[in-house]
Design a binder for this molecule. Structure first.
Ligand code: PBG
Length: 328
């Protein structure tokens, strides 16, 4: 018999497997999304997103304290305003004393050691649910997005978050030039060390469904294919990422994560020195949750394997709803 390789020697026991493991996942790698709503003493489970709640600011502070205590890396704040505060030009999004700036101040004051990141996009603040301002058009048809008119709104929104104390702002609107516009506005306000996490390669995805229920941010008509990336066009990823880095992003992102591991891998190879985040999105989280409910997959192991895949592909940080399930 020909000699053959003995791979089992790397797997004999836990300590040996640990010694040969080169991919690591730590609580500090994980970024936990928080959904902030108006009011007080509200901790309302989100039906589409198991284990995640709508939190009023006081409850978000408690949750932030717990997350910091668990050693997770950061929180990512999403504002979910009342329907009455949603209108075509999204003025609520830029209010320096609005829901998100107030939440930032409260969390920064109560939990100063925790890194606070914020989502910068107007889809939850417009009545039409699109990520940019609309050009006039026919009701009920796919509306045109006014990219350039949206930039000052995103810039003002980011500045209001930075002035309230957010250390990172994360623009997710997929408007061209948004990182440059935000960087300029931050610098104009003296917020030179507020960093930008660019949602550089964000694909038009079916896997945002549970989030859009959570944020009530589904577009009222049309879809986001005119500004989010096409899953059949992976070659655009490096240009999108390069543009964000050129415009001043301190970190870049791939979103969704599990279905775009190849994109994570590409960007890791093309930008070896860049800080790379990946968003394990709501639909990716809930499909595993649903499988676990049916007894098809062991939940903790399934989530661990999924997050490990994202790290193995090359992500430094993972935004995920599964942090507590992986590190109970
Ligand atoms: C807002 C935004 C979305 C997500 C994050 N920021 C929704 C979208 O683009 O439709 C999705 C996050 C998730 O699914 O977990 N633009």
């Amino acid at each position: 018999m020909k000699p053959f390789a003995r791979f089992h020697q790397y797997r004999t026991d836990q300590a040996t497997r640990d010694r040969h493991a080169t991919v690591r996942l730590a609580p500090a790698d994980l970024i936990v999304p928080l959904f902030v709503v108006p009011g007080t003493d509200i901790r309302r489970p989100i039906p589409s997103l198991d284990g995640v709640c709508h939190l009023s600011i006081d409850q978000a502070v408690q949750e932030a304290r717990r997350i910091h205590g668990r050693g997770f890396g950061a929180v990512l704040l999403f504002g979910v305003p009342d329907p009455a505060d949603r209108s075509p030009l999204a003025p609520g999004a830029t209010d320096p004393d609005g829901l998100v700036p107030r939440a930032i101040r409260a969390i920064r004051q109560a939990v100063p050691g925790l890194t606070v990141m914020t989502d910068v996009c107007i889809c939850a603040w417009t009545d039409h649910g699109h990520c940019g301002l609309l050009q006039p058009g026919q009701p009920g048809t796919q509306p045109g997005i006014d990219n350039d008119a949206t930039l000052p709104v995103l810039a003002a929104m980011a500045a209001s978050h930075a002035l309230a104390g957010a250390q990172w702002v994360a623009p997710s609107a997929m408007m061209d030039g948004q990182v440059a516009a935000i960087r300029q506005a931050l610098d104009a306000q003296g917020c030179h060390s507020t960093r930008i996490l660019g949602y550089s390669t964000k694909f038009a995805s079916a896997f945002y469904g549970p989030f859009r229920d959570a944020a009530a941010s589904a577009p009222a008509c049309g879809d986001r294919q005119a500004y989010q990336m096409d899953c059949r066009a992976p070659d655009q990823a490096s240009g999108e990422a390069q543009a964000d880095l050129d415009e001043g992003a301190a970190a870049i992102m791939v979103k969704p994560a599990i279905h775009y591991l190849d994109i994570i891998c590409r960007l890791r190879q093309q930008f070896p020195a860049a800080t790379l985040a990946a968003y394990h999105v709501s639909g990716e989280y809930m499909m595993l949750r649903a499988a676990a409910d049916r007894g098809l997959v062991d939940e903790a192991r399934g989530f661990r394997e999924a997050l490990m895949a994202i790290k193995r592909a090359g992500a430094d940080w993972i935004i995920t709803y599964a942090a507590d399930r992986v590190f109970p």
